[in-house]
Design a protein around this ligand. Structure first.
Ligand SMILES: NC(=O)c1ccc[n+]([C@@H]2O[C@H](COP(=O)([O-])OP(=O)(O)OC[C@H]3O[C@@H](n4cnc5c(N)ncnc54)[C@H](OP(=O)(O)O)[C@@H]3O)[C@@H](O)[C@H]2O)c1
Length: 351
């Protein structure tokens, strides 16, 4: 068992990323130590570096999506054993982050990966799936969800048949998983926005209509009205720029819910004019106290959903250079140069 490992450290707030050696930690009683085979990049990683948000403990190790092999198991852990290949969500701490060769996780934020899914594909799943799942389908939380019934629980499949849903940004990570979950839940028509080149892939995931994401807000509303005259009671904005949030808010039925993945940016005058619409801000973390019940049920269902193909991983691109490859990858994410793809690194290839 290695005692030192490579990790990608963000040395200071707004600082540089540097690969350094750090000790491999021992798992606590409730934790497992995982050899990280694949770690995926997310917009939040560049946002932490660029905006100085969410982390105060520098040098900071980032990375929220991982897949790997369980190496050591804490004495109180149940359900995971040495050698299991798992998918897991990292956290806002150096001990649980995924941009390193070994990390700590818990059964509560992980699931076993079926043989049909590679570790790179598995790493593409956690944050995107979790944000979509908890934002739409957590009826147990006091806030932060549209509180629909989960399609992964008994009685959930097809429950919303005949009801329309709009998912803004279907080719983003959050969007792709929102489409798949909404399809399982029975929503139809399932309308999404994306660049036209991604329409075929999104229809294969379950979208019934893909509207060009470059349309102005009025034209988008017209397209949606042509597709369905039913009230849009739920929309999820996987992009959540001010423009997309305001466009989505307009499309909603008078008492509809808009799920956003960033801070609420709907104009105050719009809210005053349409006061019965609700905006739900998602915190897509399995470890968030309010989400624990839905998180546990999602984690216990996930292996089966992947085996069955009901949830498919994203298209992945593996970056060269191990953890050092994260830096250029985050730059591409920041510059909107990634489309319908998850960027992944192999931490074990780090020089
Ligand atoms: N609150 C949370 O817990 C949480 C969790 C995860 C992510 N997020 C946030 O959610 C956002 C999306 O993250 P992600 O990882 O899903 O992003 P991503 O996969 O990197 O998004 C890339 C995709 O965004 C699409 N896109 C960009 N601008 C668009 C627009 N105006 N309309 C429609 N689609 C657009 C592009 O579509 P085309 O290529 O088709 O043009 C591209 O495929 C980020 O801001 C992230 O920080 C929040």
């Amino acid at each position: 068992m290695a005692i030192q490992q490579k990790a990608l450290l963000l040395k200071s707030k707004h600082g540089q990323f540097v690969v350094e050696n750090i000790p491999v930690p021992a798992p606590g009683p409730d934790q497992v130590l995982v050899r990280v085979e694949a770690a995926a990049l997310n917009p939040v990683d560049w946002m932490i570096q660029a905006y100085g948000i969410l982390r105060e403990d520098y040098p900071a190790i980032l990375g929220f999506d991982g897949a790997g092999i369980v190496e050591q198991v804490g004495e109180a852990v149940q359900g995971l054993a040495k050698g299991d290949r798992i998918i897991f969500q990292g956290g806002y701490s150096n001990s649980t982050a995924t941009f390193k060769q070994y990390t700590l996780t818990t059964p509560g934020v992980s699931a076993k990966v079926p043989d049909s899914i590679t570790s790179e594909q598995a790493a593409s799943i956690p944050i995107g799936l979790v944000a979509a799942a908890l934002g739409l389908f957590d009826p147990y939380t006091p806030s932060g969800s549209a509180k629909l019934f989960p399609p992964w629980e008994e009685g959930g499949r097809g429950k919303y048949a005949g009801k329309p849903i709009v998912i803004i940004g279907g080719s983003s990570s959050v969007g792709e998983f929102a489409i798949q979950l909404a399809k399982l839940a029975g929503f139809s028509p399932l309308i999404t926005t994306a660049s036209p080149r991604n329409a075929g892939a999104l229809k294969a995931l379950g979208a019934t209509h893909v509207v060009d994401r470059n349309l102005p807000a009025d034209a988008l509303a017209e397209e949606v009205a042509k597709i369905t005259s039913l009230p849009i009671e739920v929309a999820l904005d996987a992009i959540s720029l001010p423009t997309t949030q305001n466009a989505a808010y307009d499309i909603l039925a008078p008492s509809g819910q808009l799920v956003v993945v960033l801070q609420d940016a709907v104009a105050a005058e719009k809210k005053a004019a349409q006061p019965n619409k609700t905006i739900v801000e998602v915190h897509g973390s399995l470890a968030a106290p309010g989400h624990l019940k839905a998180a546990a049920s999602l984690c216990s269902a996930l292996t089966g959903l992947l085996e069955e193909g009901a949830i498919k991983p994203m298209h992945v691109e593996v970056l060269p250079g191990g953890l050092a490859g994260v830096v250029d990858g985050l730059e591409r994410l920041k510059n909107n140069q990634v489309s319908a793809t998850k960027l992944v690194v192999h931490p074990q290839e780090t020089q």
